[in-house]
Design a protein around this ligand. Structure first.
Ligand code: CMP
Length: 138
């Protein structure tokens, strides 16, 4: 069924000027843009968004990184959106990411890995609604 995922182009990708190229790959892969904006998360935002990781050793580093500059947030729609988007972006660690994936092309490291993709339909809805109100979603 047609469904949705949520993505962020992370501060490293935006700083490095990859916003346009990444959006083009998303478009070419057949995702429809439901919502899109450039924004910057506060520390409180990042701590809430990544609450599931708050016991991990990299949590502080993750919050620091995700708040250091603007991101581009988007809700995307496509059949099988969550799984197909994760295939498009590639493995969390760019060293393990397949050729042609967004992380293989644009990520720098495991932490600074260029893009986020929701890991389930349930989280896609929670994450999309964290960043976008109902009247920002079309
Ligand atoms: P993502 O899967 O989008 O969301 C959780 C993020 O935590 C992940 O991307 C990485 O940016 C980061 N992360 C995961 N594992 C590590 C790690 N071992 N060291 C640093 N950052 C990590």
């Amino acid at each position: 069924a047609t469904n949705r995922t949520f993505t962020m182009l992370k501060p490293d990708a935006v700083e490095n000027g990859h916003t346009g190229a990444i959006l083009e790959k998303i478009n070419a892969a057949g995702f429809r843009i439901v919502a899109l904006k450039k924004t910057q998360m506060t520390k409180a935002d990042a701590e809430t968004f990544y609450a599931v990781h708050n016991e991990r050793p990299f949590f502080g580093e993750l919050v620091e990184f995700m708040t250091r500059g603007p991101i581009v947030a988007a809700i995307l729609e496509k059949d099988n959106a969550v799984d197909d988007f994760r295939t498009l972006i590639g493995a969390t660690n760019p060293a393990d990411a397949a050729e042609g994936t967004i992380r293989k092309l644009y990520a720098t490291s495991m932490g600074e890995n260029a893009v986020h993709g929701s890991d389930s339909d349930e989280n896609a809805e929670i994450e999309g609604n964290f960043h976008f109100s109902g009247r920002e979603q079309f």
